[in-house]
Design a protein around this ligand. Structure first.
Ligand code: DLL
Length: 435
């Protein structure tokens, strides 16, 4: 079993908690000094930094929100003077104005360590050829994966996203053994590999996929198409980027690097902290970050935490795959619908029945009534079949969606490859009511 920073990764939990307590106090003190919004929120609650003595006091602290980042755009929440900030990243989100985050040199080093720990946990090292097909630029995916892969001494191949046939040719020519990209792009790459008939020329061993929710069935589909083992990596720009957590070789949840981040699960309605094992909204406190720290940041991601020991020997808590975001939720005719529920039905229905996991949800409002259409791509085989079979599948899918969601959707089986492919995060929903 290999480790990148074994002493930290396998630290006994009581010791880890002590370390977290020290770091939390340090962070609260400096943020009270340096971040106006944090000081204001503490004052409103009548809290002084000295009231926070350790992790046991975490729940006293005020939450922070994505809106704060927009309100204090671009640098208003930084906790270090700009001369100490060596890089910024940004994320556009779905609703307009960008959010900006900043890193000191030490932050970049910590970030690369987070990714490096995961890479070593899944067997990567100096002999790896790491093709980074996450987008480079303001998005944290490309440079985040890049930093971690360099740390472990891999040979980094920084292709960035896009130009799919060139990506595959590069994989073949440069002998890429590990691929980084979004799961939806991995699937697209897999389809293209099939079309080009070059699967046996690839040397891929593993894939490190994240940045969007994906199901176990999607994992299997990618593994089969690209002939690799697919691992899940999680992160968000506000907290760091990729590598806040990642799977180890046992793939039973993603280890959250608790020496840097304290995770909590809360009930998004009552804001109460939930016990480990229960599903709710994930909240993070960054306890080592210098440039852009956050206390109790509400991620909106829905998942659960598991503090049981892991077979790999790492003591850091594991988070379950996020199943969606509380703000991804669509309200259609008064009913809450998550895109992941639609995906689950499609994947259960299966490729054997002639449908693919490529879909798009279109919601609109016509004469004050919500319309709900689900476009699903047919496989080539079903496409070649007679109209009656296609209609039968459409009808069956409609019924299954109704029983899962409790409302009716209009299913349209569309031609193979007719839904636009994404090179980054897939765009699954078009909500015309908001346009
Ligand atoms: O997506 C960082 C990242 C890049 C993570 C590459 C992993 C790999 P943002 O663009 O700020 O940052 O989006 C963050 O994406 O709050 C989740 O909703 C979602 N997300 C990220 N990773 C996963 C994952 C990057 N493994 C938002 N599973 C997060 C499910 C994920 N959702």
């Amino acid at each position: 079993m290999a480790f990148y920073q074994q002493e930290i990764e396998c630290m006994p939990r009581e010791e880890l908690r002590k370390l977290q307590s020290e770091r939390l106090c340090w962070q609260v003190n400096r943020m009270y000094e340096n971040v106006e919004l944090f000081r204001k929120r503490m004052d409103e609650k009548g809290l002084k930094p000295s009231d926070i003595k350790g992790v046991e006091d975490l729940s006293k602290l005020p939450f922070s929100y994505k809106k704060d980042l927009r309100d204090y755009y671009p640098y208003g929440l930084f906790a270090e003077p700009m001369e100490n900030i060596v890089r910024v990243h940004a994320s556009s989100g779905t609703t307009g104005k960008k959010i900006v985050v900043g890193y000191t040199r030490k932050d970049l080093d910590d970030w690369a360590n987070g990714v490096a720990r995961m890479l070593v946990a899944i067997g990567e090292g100096k002999d790896s050829f790491a093709q980074v097909s996450y987008g480079y630029g303001l998005f944290t995916g490309g440079l985040g994966a890049h930093g971690g892969a360099e740390k472990i001494g891999a040979t980094v191949i920084p292709t960035s996203a896009g130009n799919t046939q060139m990506q595959i040719q590069t994989m073949i020519d440069f002998g890429s053994t590990v691929l980084f990209c979004t799961p939806s792009y991995a699937l697209y790459l897999g389809e293209t590999v099939e079309e080009m008939g070059v699967k046996d020329q690839l040397s891929l061993r593993v894939g490190v996929f994240g940045a969007e929710p994906w199901t176990e069935d999607m994992r299997h589909a990618i593994e089969e198409k690209l002939g690799l083992k697919a691992y899940d990596i999680y992160g968000l720009s506000e907290i760091m980027g990729p590598g806040v957590s990642g799977e180890c070789e046992y793939q039973c949840g993603m280890h959250v690097w608790e020496d840097m981040f304290i995770p909590e699960i809360i009930d998004p309605e009552t804001l109460e902290v939930l016990p480990y094992g229960e599903k709710g909204e994930l909240v993070f406190t960054t306890i080592t970050k210098e440039g852009f720290p956050l206390i109790r940041y509400r991620t909106r991601d829905i998942c659960s935490l598991n503090a049981e020991p892991c077979k790999c020997g790492r003591t850091h808590i594991r988070m379950a795959k996020p199943t969606g975001r509380s703000d991804d939720m669509l309200i259609i005719r008064g009913v809450n619908v998550f895109p992941s529920q639609v995906e689950e039905v499609l994947i259960k229905f299966g490729t054997d029945a002639g449908i693919t996991p490529n879909y798009q949800i279109v919601v609109d409002r016509v004469n004050n009534n919500d319309t709900f259409d689900v476009m699903v791509e047919m496989s080539e085989t079903l496409f070649a079949d007679d109209v009656k079979s296609i209609e039968r599948i459409e009808k069956d899918l409609t019924e299954q969606l109704r029983s899962m969601l409790g409302i009716g959707a209009k299913v349209h089986l569309v031609n193979p490859k007719s839904i636009a492919r994404s090179e980054g995060k897939a765009k699954r929903v078009i909500d015309k009511r908001k346009l």
